[in-house]
Ligand binder design. Structure first.
Ligand code: GLA
Length: 407
């Protein structure tokens, strides 16, 4: 037998490493080294989902160019279940809306070269009143594994008296034990600061209440509460950027591109989600999307900013006269996004030589006085020359210019 002698003074350190490695072995590693991308049923369809719709969406996801652009998860949100579990406590698929069951849908989605996801909730019931997972974590995880589920979104309704970290940890362990690799998406709306504890537990965690399809302002939804606007959500993200990275992402909620905002607003929303290294879950009706919507969702150069392997979120560099300037460190250079949050046009002028881009989190340090970079406009898809020339442009209301500087 080989004995390894550890001096007594190092024992606490050894124990700490042991505990850390056990905790970090909890989730499936390597599944979301860049922010997950896909489509989710909630933002457009709410509880009105059925088999035909999902198969049609799978067809569109595969054939429209979305899958090629990276959207590879199709996730069914709330309301895929029947209202009661069966006599053995198993979840039951709603037999009317999904007559061939979930396995059939999962197989169809897999047959399109896509991955398949489902939704449930840490509470006793889901937000829409279907059976929640509380007390059934291991049984449900085995069921999902048997169906070939690759992604689980796990919500936070009906959880009075439950500890969030414990509840999500239990489900994470249940998934791992069931043995089928699954992306685990925590959806507790940032209520218990998941960014501080969820990295070993899951691959992404919601940071805010639900998004709504509006850029700014407040609009009550049918349930009588106000979803967050794009600008409101953006305003709370800078402070928590340091918690995100490969395999563990802040999730400012799913995309509302194509759901009623103007084209400029959709482009600004999408750009900022990419700057924030956010998961990109499209939430529009892919069967009827306009060419503009498709062009926004599939702009590969903008998506490349989101998917950059460094996995560092943008920081807010300045805000002046309703123009926010955000900078995202990239493996090669940086992305710079100017966002006009006002209802009036704004003219910006940015002299690179006067703006060193520095970020302690990533170690990025770019001084344009000592190095010249190339500049590319990612929406115009045009090279703009080099950083030895100032950049200026008039931004329409609620629009962005997104640039990439690179060597
Ligand atoms: C919560 C979540 C949403 C959606 C609904 C489903 O509100 O935050 O994203 O999953 O529940 O009922």
């Amino acid at each position: 037998m080989i004995m390894i002698k550890t001096p007594l003074k190092f024992l606490p350190l050894v124990l700490l490493c042991l505990v850390t490695s056990i905790v970090s072995a909890q989730k499936f590693e390597g599944l979301a080294l860049t922010p997950p991308m896909g489509w989710n049923s909630w933002n457009t369809f709410k509880t009105n989902i059925n088999e035909k719709l999902v198969l049609d969406i799978a067809d569109k996801l595969a054939a429209s160019g979305m899958k090629d652009a990276g959207y590879n998860y199709l996730v069914l949100d709330d309301a895929w279940m029947a209202l009661e579990r069966d006599n053995n406590g198993n979840l039951v698929t709603d037999p009317k809306r999904f007559p061939h069951g979930i396995k059939f849908v999962a197989d169809y989605v897999h047959g399109k070269g896509l991955k398949f996801g489902l939704y449930n909730c840490a509470g006793t019931k889901t937000c829409a009143g279907y059976p929640g997972t509380r007390g059934y974590e291991y049984q449900d995880a085995r069921q999902y594994a048997a169906w070939g589920v690759d992604y689980l979104k796990f919500d936070w309704c009906n959880t009075t008296g439950i500890n969030a970290k414990e509840a999500y940890t239990t489900m994470s362990k249940a998934i791992k034990t069931a043995g089928h690799p699954m992306v685990f998406s925590l959806c507790e709306w940032g209520r218990n600061n998941p960014w501080e504890w969820a990295a070993p537990v899951g691959h992404l965690w919601r940071t805010t209440d639900d998004i709504g399809p509006m850029f700014s302002g407040i609009k009550k939804n049918m349930a009588g509460w106000s979803p967050g606007s794009v600008l409101k959500i953006i305003s709370s993200q800078n402070a928590i950027r340091k918690y995100a990275g490969p395999g563990h992402w802040n999730d400012p909620d799913m995309l509302e591109v194509g759901n009623g905002m103007t084209v400029d607003e959709d482009r600004a929303h999408f750009s900022m989600w990419c700057m924030l290294a956010a998961p990109l879950m499209a939430g529009n009706d892919l069967r009827i999307m306009t060419p503009e919507t498709l062009a926004i969702l599939t702009n590969k150069e903008v998506i490349a900013v989101d998917q950059d392997p460094l996995g560092v979120e943008a920081y807010k560099y300045t805000e002046k006269d309703s123009v926010q300037t955000w900078v995202k460190p990239l493996k090669n250079g940086a992305a710079v996004c100017f966002l006009n949050s006002s209802f009036n046009p704004r003219t910006i002028s940015f002299n690179w030589a006067e703006n060193a881009l520095k970020d302690d989190l990533s170690g990025m340090s770019i001084d344009f006085n000592t190095a010249t970079y190339n500049v590319r406009d990612l929406w115009a898809k045009k090279d703009l020359g080099k950083t030895n020339k100032a950049f200026s442009k008039t931004l329409a209301p609620h629009s962005v210019v997104m640039l990439r500087v690179y060597k």
